[in-house]
Design a protein around this ligand. Structure first.
Ligand SMILES: NC(=O)C1=CN([C@@H]2O[C@H](COP(=O)(O)OP(=O)(O)OC[C@H]3O[C@@H](n4cnc5c(N)ncnc54)[C@H](O)[C@@H]3O)[C@@H](O)[C@H]2O)C=CC1
Ligand SMILES: O=C(O)CCC(=O)C(=O)O
Length: 366
């Protein structure tokens, strides 16, 4: 077991027979502050599968937090169970008690399979919950800053390719018109762009066509995997992970990929393949950090303007990462990883700002 968790600081197995809770909390690295990461609920096939997922996701959060310059480290949690049948208020209260037992070392909120309502139950047991709805005094829907971060990412990419931040006069292919993708699509239509969209949800497709009628841009619906072969300037993945692989890279005609989907590259080598094909890739965890920036900021008290200002840093980070990638002849993903590792090294073991007895920021919620 220690070999398996050798890169992590702490892994907590949570078992509550009375509610049926079986959860794992993984704290990867707290150099930059207490661990932060959402809680995923899935009917994992085995404990090993759940452990593997939480270890991978929590490590990813260390990089995402470093890249976004938030004073948090990497953590994540998983609940082993079916969100359709096993979700109860008691289960989330029990989970909240386990989070609270970590005494401020771990903050969590929603992820795949969990909802803000679930965490309203956990919040009764611990203050260490983020992504709280506005009506409960939190910052609300985090897809708003995530979408804005994608827009900043697009501008940094266009700046790198063409020396302008102008979104208009270009074409974009968008996969997924959910909470993030729809907002990005709307902004691009408002800028007068040509967009090509696909979604498995017919309703979302109809809604964007209706929006397009009121905005200067133009929308065309594309069937399923045809989205990869669209002759657009930039591809914006806002649905699934693992979609950039040998087969899809072959089809891509775009100059760049910038989207919100987590873990877009099937394997690290695909970052290199994109570079070899001359496609500029905006590393996903840099581009999609707007939501993280909002939930981390929420503990100062909600403030949309402040979150927007902080999210703007995604633009500068991407410009720097693209430039390092060119200078050092490495993929943009490798450049992003180095960018984050340098931030971690620079602050190594010096961050006691959030130690439990010195928590000025959290007083807002204490
Ligand atoms: N919501 C947020 O703040 C953040 C989201 N992300 C990531 O961004 C992506 C989108 O997130 P949300 O918009 O919040 O999710 P969502 O669940 O609201 O939207 C996803 C959309 O993708 C569509 N979709 C699913 N499978 C598809 C397929 N095969 N082809 C085309 N469309 C498909 C769905 O119908 C849905 O409309 C996810 O990968 C998520 O992990 C990352 C960071 C923050
Ligand atoms: O939404 C959260 O609670 C933290 C952010 C997160 O887990 C993520 O960005 O993947």
């Amino acid at each position: 077991m220690f070999e398996k968790i050798s890169q992590h600081e702490q892994v907590v197995f949570c078992n509550d027979p009375s509610t049926g809770l079986k959860a794992i909390i993984a704290i990867h690295n707290t150099t930059l502050g207490p661990a932060l990461g959402g809680c995923r609920m899935r009917p994992y096939g085995s404990v090993d599968e759940a452990l593997e997922d939480v270890l991978r996701l929590s490590k990813g959060m260390t990089y995402k937090c470093a890249g976004a310059d938030v004073d948090f480290g990497g953590g994540k949690s998983v609940i082993i169970g079916d969100p359709m049948t096993d979700r109860t208020p008691e289960l989330f209260r029990a989970f909240g008690q386990f989070v609270d037992s970590l005494n401020g070392r771990f903050y969590t909120g929603t992820d795949m399979g969990t909802t803000p309502d679930d965490f309203m139950h956990a919040l009764k047991e611990t203050n260490c919950i983020v992504g709280v709805p506005e009506e409960y005094g939190g910052s609300g829907d985090s897809s708003v800053p995530t979408a804005q971060g994608v827009i900043y990412g697009l501008q940094a990419t266009i700046q790198t390719l063409e020396g302008t931040d102008e979104l208009s006069g270009k074409s974009y292919s968008i996969q997924g018109l959910g909470k993030v993708g729809f907002k990005v699509a709307e902004q691009l239509l408002a800028a007068g762009a040509q967009i090509y969209v696909t979604d498995i949800n017919e309703k979302a497709l109809k809604m964007i066509q209706e929006r397009a009628e009121l905005l200067p841009g133009n929308v065309e619906v594309v069937e399923g995997s045809d989205i990869y072969g669209v002759d657009a300037d930039i591809f914006i993945p806002c649905a699934l992970g693992g979609i950039i692989h040998d087969e899809t890279i072959e089809q891509l005609k775009v100059k760049a990929i910038v989207g919100s989907a987590n873990n877009q590259l099937l394997e690290d080598k695909h970052g290199l393949y994109l570079q070899q094909k001359g496609i500029l890739y905006g590393p996903d965890y840099i581009v999609n950090a707007g939501g993280l920036i909002q939930v981390a900021d929420e503990l100062y008290g909600p403030n949309k303007a402040r979150v927007l200002t902080k999210t703007r840093a995604i633009y500068d980070s991407l410009i720097q990462i693209y430039s390092e990638s060119t200078k050092n002849q490495i993929s943009t993903m490798e450049a992003a990883n180095l960018f984050c590792e340098e931030k971690l090294l620079a602050r190594s073991k010096r961050n006691s700002f959030f130690a439990h007895n010195r928590r000025p920021k959290w007083q807002v919620r204490n």
